[in-house]
Design a protein around this ligand. Structure first.
Ligand SMILES: [Zn+2]
Length: 408
């Protein structure tokens, strides 16, 4: 079945290049009850992502060329989206000694990250940046001052005070961003700051870019759409009024994510960053968890939202509200992340979108094993109709699409 975009455009669908996700958790090896390479790649296609970057916080961590090569091989064996692998910066992601970064790059690592466990030792992080520069790969950094955010389970602010939950202040992210920018400048390395969530972080990157620094960054769909009020039971997107939106329940662990959902002012700042290209990419931080890790008390639950399949609808909501142009958002899902990784966007990857389709995520219909999203049962607008990898239709989300193609 070959793909002709004109057939879809004639039907009123939007056809754009396949999305590239800089930040996906596939959980294999070690946590296959939460996700596998295969289920994650199918979930990616449903979300319009044709290339995804798997994070190395598996068990064992992806810190050796042998394991990396094995995973690359497994990635070739199953269908779905293309998968690239991010290797660990330090052995076991423990932050004590560097992994064999040059060998990992030679074995096919697309970037380096200790995501979830930021490298606290500034001297070690400096040498990691130097090795990354030598190997021609970026460091994807999860910026968080662990001492400042310790024990926090949500954004520190008026909502956390009301709910009586320990908070993570915005400064825990911003202090780490400032440090990371200073070290990247010192090392002359390419730094990519992932899942920035605060207005202050975006402002720091804006200044660094104005100074000509080699820094890129991404934000997630959930930080673009939801505020910390969601932890208190709101289900109003940042661009909606509370009165018109449905309500959820407070302390729902599916709203627990790191970095945490922030304030509406932070959300607006992320959109402003997209609009002026301070923010290069939208990355999902797709973090599937099995129910045993999520269906527990809020403060005990694992951090993370299963995000691949709802990403597009969330960002289209902001576009509809006029918070950024469609082209900007599509760029942040396609060329922006490819540029941040220093890769060419693969040819022949397309996603067909129905911008007006209303749908509702249902746990049993998600391809991901991770059902941990506060969007279950929430009406969303905008859906992937078909996803094409290397000219081949690998996902069809709407009845009749195959017919349209086979008529060609
Ligand atoms: Zn992270």
């Amino acid at each position: 079945m070959s793909f002709d975009r004109r057939v879809f455009e004639a039907k009123g669908y939007l056809v754009v290049p396949g999305f590239v996700d800089l930040h996906t958790h596939l959980r294999e090896p070690g946590f296959e009850d939460s996700e596998t390479i295969e289920t994650g790649r199918r979930a990616a296609l449903r979300g319009g992502f044709t290339t995804i970057c798997a994070m190395p916080n598996t068990e064992p961590a992806v810190d050796s060329p042998g394991l990396l090569k094995e995973l690359i091989g497994r990635g070739h064996d199953v269908g779905g989206a293309r998968v690239l692998f991010v290797a660990a910066i330090t052995r076991g992601r423990k932050g004590r000694e560097l992994a064999d970064m040059v060998e990992l790059a030679q074995a096919g690592a697309v970037a380096f990250s200790d995501d979830g466990s930021p490298v606290e030792d500034a001297r070690l992080f400096r040498s990691a940046l130097e090795y990354a520069r030598a190997s021609g790969r970026p460091i994807i950094e999860h910026a968080q001052d662990l001492a400042l955010s310790a024990k926090g389970v949500m954004h520190e602010g008026s909502v956390s005070a009301r709910l009586g939950l320990p908070g993570m202040p915005a400064a825990a992210e911003e202090a780490a961003v400032a440090r990371d920018l200073a070290l990247a400048r010192l090392a002359g390395a390419r730094l990519h700051l992932t899942h920035l969530s605060t207005a202050g972080s975006v402002e720091l990157v804006r200044h660094a870019k104005a100074d000509g620094e080699s820094v890129t960054c991404d934000v997630t769909p959930h930080h673009l759409a939801m505020t910390d009020e969601w932890v208190a039971g709101s289900r109003a997107f940042a661009w909606e009024g509370e009165d018109r939106a449905p309500r959820g329940v407070p302390y729902d662990s599916s709203t627990k994510v790191n970095p945490p959902l922030r304030t509406r002012a932070d959300v607006r700042a992320l959109w402003a960053g997209l609009e002026d290209r301070t923010v290069d990419a939208i990355a999902t931080d797709h973090a599937p968890h099995s129910s045993v890790k999520k269906d527990v008390e809020f403060d005990q639950a694992a951090f993370g939202i299963s995000g691949l399949e709802s990403a597009l609808a969330l960002v289209l909501g902001g576009v509809r509200a006029g918070w950024a142009p469609l082209e900007t958002v599509i760029d942040a899902l396609t060329t922006g992340p490819a540029r941040a990784l220093g890769i060419d966007r693969p040819e022949g990857d397309w996603v067909v979108i129905d911008r007006d389709a209303e749908w509702m995520p249902r746990a049993d219909e998600l391809a991901s094993k991770g059902k941990n999203t506060p969007l279950i049962g929430r009406t969303l607008i905008g859906r992937v109709v078909a996803t094409v990898v290397a000219g081949e239709v690998r996902y069809e989300g709407v009845v009749g699409v195959a017919e349209a193609i086979s008529r060609r």
